[in-house]
Design a protein. Structure first.
Length: 323
């Protein structure tokens, strides 16, 4: 800080340094980021958080969905769900969809992903596209198309089987209690195969190429490289893929609703169609929204329990793969 002399000899007051600018706060610095997040937060709260909270609340009422719920019945809906044999049958069917997806779809998708990950394979992008197309197709349309293909009266599949002499009479794939559920599982496997394939292809990109080169230099064959290098390095990501496939297949609804609606004689009924029937079935004298909400809550808790049961094993496999 200095003083200066004016032309007349009078001293001028020292000039103060300009005040330092305060750095913008975190909120002001990222204001526009928060603004752009607002629509997502509102939609998430309105269509995810609120329905979850409302389902728990409405499950304690005997409510038909009209007006405000007033008839409080406590845990009666939950007791009825847990004691309902049809609910447990639907849960078993949902669980079977997950078993097929994990035990059949995941290994098969991994095998195809390894083949399509080979840079020397010609047309591999075309193969990837053709296998992924069913994923982007509307499930309701897929269900209608397969219902026509499997129709016992002039359906394409039965015509082929009878022309080849494999069957003597048409098979009612979606109308028989013995064939409807396996048929739907096969359609669901075909429909979801592409997304599982993409998961595995993405996982394979995380394996460093120099590791494969080192294995080849050491004299390892392709099979040995796959077994001792690639698969162990995929283990941590495989756990995530398993959980994603499990959650997706456990909540199969639109395919079943578009083809069999849970029939015949509830042979293909899954928990989502079970819940839908009690909430929206026009043949019921009155919808039972409270009971449907209780069934949804129980299904969510059971799904969480099944997921947590897998946690110790998955944690052990993750640590083994990371090591």
């Amino acid at each position: 800080m200095t003083t200066t002399q004016t032309r007349g000899g009078a001293a001028r007051a020292p000039s103060a340094p300009p005040p330092a600018r305060r750095p913008p706060g975190r909120l002001r610095k990222h204001l526009w980021s928060y603004v752009f997040l607002v629509p997502m937060v509102l939609l998430f709260g309105g269509f995810t958080v609120w329905p979850m909270i409302a389902s728990w609340w409405y499950a304690f009422f005997d409510w038909d969905g009209v007006g405000a719920p007033t008839k409080w019945i406590g845990v009666d809906n939950f007791a009825e769900v847990l004691g309902n044999e049809m609910f447990w049958q639907a849960f078993w069917h949902s669980f079977l969809f997950s078993v097929v997806a994990i035990c059949v779809e995941m290994p098969l998708a991994l095998l195809i992903a390894i083949l399509l990950n080979n840079p020397r394979l010609r047309g591999r992008n075309l193969y990837r596209l053709s296998l992924f197309l069913p994923v982007v197709a509307t499930t309701a349309v897929v269900g209608i198309v397969f219902a026509v293909l499997f129709d016992p009266a002039g359906g394409f599949v039965n015509d082929i089987l009878m022309t080849l002499g494999l069957v003597e009479r048409p098979i009612n794939f979606l109308g028989s209690t013995s064939t409807a559920l396996p048929t739907l599982m096969g359609i669901d496997l075909w429909k979801g195969f592409g997304i599982t394939l993409i998961y595995w292809l993405a996982a394979l990109q995380t394996v460093p190429k120099n590791v494969h080169e080192a294995a080849r230099i050491d004299g390892a064959t392709s099979g040995q490289t796959l077994r001792y290098v690639t698969l162990p390095m995929l283990t941590p990501i495989a756990i995530v893929i398993l959980l994603l496939v499990f959650q997706r297949s456990l909540n199969t609804f639109d395919l079943v609703q578009a083809t069999t609606q849970g029939g015949p004689v509830y042979a293909t009924d899954v928990v989502p169609t079970y819940i839908y029937r009690y909430a929206f079935d026009p043949f019921l004298q009155a919808p039972r929204y409270g009971f449907a909400c209780a069934a949804g809550v129980v299904f969510g808790v059971l799904t969480l329990v099944v997921t947590l049961v897998q946690a110790p094993l998955l944690r052990h496999r993750y640590q083994a793969g990371a090591a």
